[in-house]
Design a protein around this ligand. Structure first.
Ligand SMILES: [Zn+2]
Ligand SMILES: [Zn+2]
Length: 347
């Protein structure tokens, strides 16, 4: 099969022929019809993820067709349209037993713990636990976004962030996951303040329901701007980019008893980032993390997509081929672009 491979961190990836994957006993091989390009892929390529061993094939937000199933898989067969959370649970550890597959103790992540979906085929483990059926009327390009950015944003806003109608929600960083969060928070009845340094990203945020926008280039103290626009601070705030500056601004833009959810991965390998804990104590802030979303919690999100309340299809702003991935991957570091890029490996 053809795949995007890198041999060294930070050096250009290449598209070349590699052996087809085989399914584990409990796993499947999926023919990749669409796969999203995500800033996490750039982190992996830069060497920020300790799970990766070289040479490596990135790619973790995918949708496609089951091609081959392992001997112990009971729920899926070749031809099924599927997607998968980027965190795949083992199905048997205490976290999985509690339903928290997104923090599984023996998790696998395509494109990180093993070769991913910037390829024509990808192997996925524990298929009966992790695969999600893609409805016939949902395109592969749209379904691909559900595995990472859209599901992660949904969990951050709805499950971890506990958004309520009428609340102010600040979203720092309006790339793919941030724009998804803007759309989900607005659809939940919240008033959204979008923060970014790109006019194009803010334009999209407004189109997806942001009531207010803060341009970080014109307004360097974005936290103060959020506090002013929201009459004292956001109830819920997300760092959807993942940087010490956006993390700090998100926490500083909260009102009393506000909730910060860290969504964007932080650049350092250990993710150590200063958080103003004095403010956390004095204002009784909550600092939360969000790490994907378990497959069994997809139904309310899929129902909102089916009804048209959520429109992940609108987030897809460009489609590229595998051959364009090496350059697009490198560009994620400096110019992530606005909206979502989807790769179609067979085009
Ligand atoms: Zn992702
Ligand atoms: Zn587990």
């Amino acid at each position: 099969m053809r795949a995007v491979v890198f041999e060294r961190y930070g050096e250009p990836a290449a598209v070349r022929e590699v052996p087809d994957p085989r399914p584990a006993e409990h796993g499947v091989v999926v023919r990749v019809e669409a796969t999203g390009l995500c800033r996490s892929d750039w982190h992996g390529w830069m060497g920020h993820d300790r799970d990766i061993t070289l040479p490596h094939v990135p790619g973790h937000e995918l949708a496609g067709v089951v091609e081959e199933v392992g001997a112990r898989v009971t729920g899926w067969r070749p031809g099924d349209r599927v997607t998968v959370p980027f965190v795949c649970g083992c199905g048997s550890c205490p976290s999985c037993a509690a339903g928290d597959h997104q923090v599984c103790e023996r998790q696998t992540q395509p494109g990180f713990t093993h070769w991913g979906s910037f390829a024509q085929y990808v192997a996925l483990d524990h298929a009966d636990v992790n695969l999600v059926a893609v409805p016939d009327d949902l395109s592969y390009a749209t379904a691909a976004s559900l595995g990472c950015r859209f599901a992660t944003a949904f969990r951050a806003v709805v499950q971890q962030g506990r958004v309520a109608a009428g609340e102010w929600v600040a979203v720092h960083g309006c790339g793919g996951v941030g724009l998804s969060a803007v759309m989900i928070a607005a659809a939940s009845g919240a008033r959204v303040v979008a923060v970014d340094v790109s006019p194009r990203a803010l334009e999209l945020a407004r189109a997806f329901g942001a009531a207010q926008c803060v341009d970080g280039t014109a307004t360097p103290d974005t936290a103060a701007a959020v506090r002013e626009l929201t009459g004292g601070g956001a109830h819920l705030s997300l760092d959807a980019l993942g940087s010490p500056a956006t993390c700090a601004a998100s926490a500083a833009g909260l009102r009393r008893r506000g909730r910060h959810v860290q969504v964007g991965l932080l650049p350092s390998a250990d993710g150590t980032t200063p958080v103003p804990m004095a403010r956390v104590i004095a204002l009784e802030l909550e600092i939360l993390g969000s790490h994907g979303m378990a497959a069994h919690t997809y139904p309310p999100m899929l129902e909102a997509v089916r009804s048209g309340a959520l429109r992940p299809d609108l987030l897809v702003t460009s489609t590229i081929t595998l051959d364009a991935v090496p350059d697009a991957l490198a560009a994620m570091g400096t110019a992530p672009g606005a909206g979502v890029t989807v790769i179609e490996p067979w085009s």
